[in-house]
Ligand binder design. Structure first.
Ligand code: CIR
Length: 259
């Protein structure tokens, strides 16, 4: 059986100096953030992932959000060049951690791209054009992945940080979307559910196998998911949410070819 790996990184003690784009700064309880992150790692392990947890980077506030630093496909891993300049020093340690598992490609200037903007559905990579990801970054990704049979589709997003703030996969043929931030009709012939209007940030969920890891802070949308018989593990993510984080952004999930 293929082992699924989840690469994570411990919360930085400087998280309260994180980048913020759409949220006001609030004080962050570091110890609580750490405890919540441990619960996240436990949930990944309980769903069958082998968790590789990198040590914290005290000088890099946003480094817990490892999703933004790479796109890991079966055939290769792309190390991104984050749109937020303060995050560019995060790439070295992620590249080192991925090197045993994949051949690496490294994006360079003027490209920018963050993994939170990449939604993979089978062989299609939907990539958000956001404040962090530019068209030249998307073109570069295309050049690397099209030879392996992938299709890359740029997608307009508005009003949120990343594409996956607005939409994520919650089943083999099902998406969860905030239609105010992205048009769900742009994702091919696939069904979708809409978040409750009172919970605009609720569209980010992490699908592992057929189960969802989902924040406790969106009870109305969660009720909708449960009505659709979706199995959910919830936990409190309040402190990472204050840093504009969500559930997908705290891990890189990929198959272990070494098994
Ligand atoms: C940032 O602005 O870069 C971080 N404070 C939050 C990154 C969240 N990443 C994600 O949703 N993929």
């Amino acid at each position: 059986m293929t082992q699924i790996l989840a690469l994570t990184r411990q919360v930085s003690p400087s998280l309260d100096r994180c980048e913020l784009t759409f949220l006001e700064r609030q004080s962050i309880d570091f110890l609580l953030a750490h405890t919540q992150h441990q619960a996240y790692e436990r949930a990944l392990a309980e769903l069958g992932c082998r968790v590789i947890s990198l040590p914290a980077e005290p000088g890099l506030p946003d480094s817990v959000f490892v999703e933004d630093i790479a796109i890991v496909l079966d055939e290769l891993a792309i190390i991104t060049r984050p749109g937020a300049a303060s995050r560019r020093q995060e790439i070295g340690s992620i590249a080192l951690a991925l090197q045993p598992y994949r051949g690496l490609k490294q994006m360079s200037s003027p490209d920018t791209l963050e993994g939170g903007d990449v939604l993979r559905l089978d062989q299609t990579l939907y990539v958000g054009i956001s404040g962090r990801t530019n068209l030249s970054g998307i073109r570069q990704v295309s050049e690397w992945v099209v030879p392996y049979g992938y299709i890359v589709k740029p997608i307009e997003v508005r009003g949120c940080l990343h594409l996956k703030s607005a939409i994520s996969q919650i089943g083999s043929d099902l998406l969860l979307v905030n239609p105010a931030w992205v048009d769900p009709k742009g994702f091919g012939d696939i069904n979708w559910l809409e978040v409750d209007q009172n919970e605009p940030y609720a569209a980010n969920a992490l699908l592992i196998g057929d189960k969802l890891i989902y924040p406790a802070s969106f009870p109305l949308t969660r009720e909708l998911l449960e009505k659709h018989d979706i199995a959910i593990t919830t936990f409190d993510l309040s402190e990472l949410q204050k840093a504009e984080g969500a559930v997908t952004c705290c891990s890189l999930i990929f198959k272990d070819h070494l098994v």
